[in-house]
Ligand binder design. Structure first.
Ligand SMILES: [Zn+2]
Length: 680
């Protein structure tokens, strides 16, 4: 299902409510440690003592240890040098203490800079522009601004009193000492480094909690199994169940509206007959058709030529083998790792210091890889070659994987497989993401074809973006738009397999000109097409009327129906079979659970804003997924394959997979078991 991560249009994912709202921590349980970068000493902090003194008795509700600084920078230049303290450039140090508080001059400068960030002046010098801050960032920056106002304003009752000013600012906003501490910390960091701003730890989580494959898999299976009972309320209830919350570290309930959005993302749609009920994408007509008529027949060709791994130790099961060489099946998928993904309880200490950073900075990493139950991640035995691709999504980064990236990655994967395991047949499995299904630009399509041969002096072709032949980058017009160029559509195919060029051949009076639908159909044996209209109005033909218009007839021709994807053509050229999973059937791709496993390990790392750390941690986590676990995951998805093979629907398959956990195949009495259990 995480195929949908790169796939979900921006508009759809924006506005998704993260399950953990971070701008409304009311209490001392505020998960501010989500920001943190360094696991540090948890001993008493000198500044707390200092601030206790400073904040006077009426404001003395400063709580336990704060540890708000990281170990670098801030007081390093005065540490152990308290005799030189008065000369410290940033401010004063109290005798016997090693933490200074910012000087008035430094604080005023910070306040000015903060104001400019909150209200950036127009280039013209008049008025302001919108700084585009999210509400979390804005409210925290406003808190910092207020604190600095209290601290630097000569008439303020907390003038020059650092902690007291933060508490005043916090109280003015209806908050307490925890919030005060957070504001102090953020302000100190801002003073130290102007590029360090508060960041909403979930602001970059556009896909919300569903980026966690483990949780998403559990949700999908739960929903799949309740079948027709699916509703936003049910999902909301599921996500507040104690076992689910504790397993996935969920700390806050989601609203019914959020649950509705999750259902949409997961492929569940409103079903018309009864309001509030959802239909499972597994049972959509087109999806069922694809599963039964396209996917399963392909799977049948290879399923008995694969190794089977069973039992808790994932040992090899010797079974009947079909003739032909042993097949290794590689499952492909993409996953996103987030720098801020540190939300599991118990894996951080609440006293860890904060290290906020700019929105989007090093926030995520997208990884595309292949895995097989036989070998594990796709890489050469010496570890030197790998088809893994790593990208940094987002602005000014590498962007998302394009269909060209996917094609290049497939070529690399096939090359490694042929070099390292030439004795096996390799099959590649992809999900139904649009980047995987892209067709070559010159692919057959009847959509825009003119009925007749274009007039003298004109021609018809497919308009495509003009690209630099070497870099494949689009060539732009002076106004920034992409330059377009017309290319010829590729040849069609007659029923006997011979090519049918769509343009008149050399020697013809109209050589090189597009033939038009009438001529193309005539060559296929359709007579008198000139009398048939080009297209029914709006292409809304009467259902079942096969010969109503030229375009409908062409649409129904086998070569126009089965247009191969770029990926299929690439793999076919290299002699390798590629299979696309049915939509919404994430349970069939066991790499999902490999991602989930890796992320559980990944979250144990201390958080870092540094991209090289994020990448290193993510890659190490992937390496740490044991092969036995991969095999167990593979066995589980084969149980689902088996269920669909036996004609079960999505709901029955989910039930059966749970019921026969540990087995590769389902019981022979499965139909009877389903009947007894009342699962229809
Ligand atoms: Zn028609």
């Amino acid at each position: 299902m995480n195929s949908d991560i790169p796939d979900i249009p921006e508009a759809q994912v924006q506005g998704l409510e993260p399950i953990f709202q971070c701008n409304d921590y009311p209490s001392s349980h505020a998960p501010e440690h989500h920001f943190s970068e360094f696991q540090v000493n948890t001993g008493p902090d000198p500044e707390d003592l200092l601030e206790d003194i400073e904040s006077h008795s009426n404001l003395s509700d400063i709580e336990e240890s704060d540890n708000e600084e990281d170990n670098q920078g801030w007081y390093s230049d005065v540490e152990g040098n308290s005799d030189r303290a008065e000369e410290a450039p940033m401010g004063r140090v109290y005798p016997g203490k090693e933490r200074e508080i910012p000087s008035q001059a430094v604080a005023k400068q910070a306040l000015d800079d903060l104001k400019k960030l909150l209200n950036p002046p127009r280039k013209t010098g008049y008025g302001h522009v919108d700084p585009q801050l999210d509400s979390f960032v804005r409210s925290h920056m406003e808190g910092m601004q207020m604190m600095l106002n209290f601290y630097t304003h000569a008439k303020s009752s907390t003038y020059d009193a650092w902690a007291a000013s933060s508490l005043q600012a916090s109280m003015a906003d209806g908050n307490g000492s925890n919030c005060a501490r957070r504001i102090r910390r953020l302000t100190r960091q801002f003073i130290k480094d102007r590029t360090v701003l508060p960041v909403n730890p979930y602001g970059s989580w556009n896909e919300s909690m569903l980026v966690d494959e483990d949780l998403r898999n559990d949700i999908s299976l739960y929903l799949q199994e309740i079948g027709k009972e699916i509703s936003a309320k049910k999902l909301m209830e599921y996500l507040s169940r104690e076992d689910v919350c504790s397993k996935h570290g969920i700390e806050k309930k989601i609203s019914e509206r959020t649950a509705q959005r999750y259902l949409n993302i997961l492929g569940y749609r409103w079903s018309t007959p009864k309001k509030g009920q959802y239909a499972d994408g597994h049972e959509r007509d087109d999806v069922v058709f694809y599963r039964e008529k396209v996917f399963l027949p392909q799977w049948r060709q290879i399923q008995n030529r694969m190794e089977c791994w069973i039992g808790s130790d994932a040992r090899l099961e010797q079974g009947p083998k079909m003739p032909g060489s042993h097949v290794i099946v590689w499952f492909h998928d993409e996953s996103i790792f987030y720098a801020h993904d540190r939300r599991k309880k118990g894996w951080y200490h609440k006293d860890e210091p904060a290290k906020p950073y700019r929105k989007g900075e090093g926030a995520s990493l997208m990884i595309a890889d292949f895995v097989s139950a036989d070998i594990g991640w796709l890489r050469s035995p010496d570890g030197k070659q790998s088809a893994r691709r790593v990208m940094k999504p987002g602005k000014a980064k590498d962007g998302y994987f394009t269909s060209d990236d996917i094609k290049l990655q497939a070529e690399e994967a096939i090359r490694i497989c042929k070099e390292c395991w030439p004795q096996y047949e390799h099959v590649f499995i992809y999900d139904n993401a649009t980047t995987h299904l892209k067709r070559p630009e010159d692919s057959l399509s009847a959509r825009r074809m003119p009925k007749n041969t274009p007039k003298e002096g004109s021609n018809w072709g497919i308009e495509v973006t003009k690209r630099n032949p070497l870099t494949l980058k689009p060539i732009c017009n002076p106004d920034g738009s992409h330059q377009k160029v017309k290319i010829r559509m590729g040849d069609a195919q007659f029923a006997d397999g011979t090519p049918q060029p769509l343009y008149f051949p050399e020697g013809h009076t109209r050589a090189g000109v597009f033939k038009g639908m009438v001529t193309i159909l005539k060559e296929r044996g359709f007579q008198n097409m000139a009398k048939v209209r080009a297209e029914c109005k709006g292409f809304k033909c009467i259902p079942g009327a096969a010969n109503c218009c030229c375009r409908r007839i062409l649409y129904g021709q086998p070569d126009f129906t089965d247009v191969p994807t770029l990926l299929e053509l690439t793999c076919k050229t290299l002699g390798v079979l590629v299979i696309f999973l049915p939509k919404f059937h994430c349970e069939l791709n066991f790499i999902e659970q490999c991602w989930g496993f890796a992320k559980r390990i990944y979250r144990l790392n201390p958080e870092s804003s540094r991209e090289d750390q994020l990448e290193k941690n993510a890659l190490n986590a992937l390496e740490a997924v044991p092969l036995t676990s991969m095999r167990k995951f593979a066995t589980r998805s084969r149980r689902f394959m088996d269920a669909y093979e036996q004609g079960l629907n999505g709901r029955q398959a989910a039930w059966a997979a749970r019921k026969y956990r540990g087995h590769r195949t389902l019981s022979v009495t499965i139909m009877k078991d389903l009947e007894t259990a009342g699962i229809v």
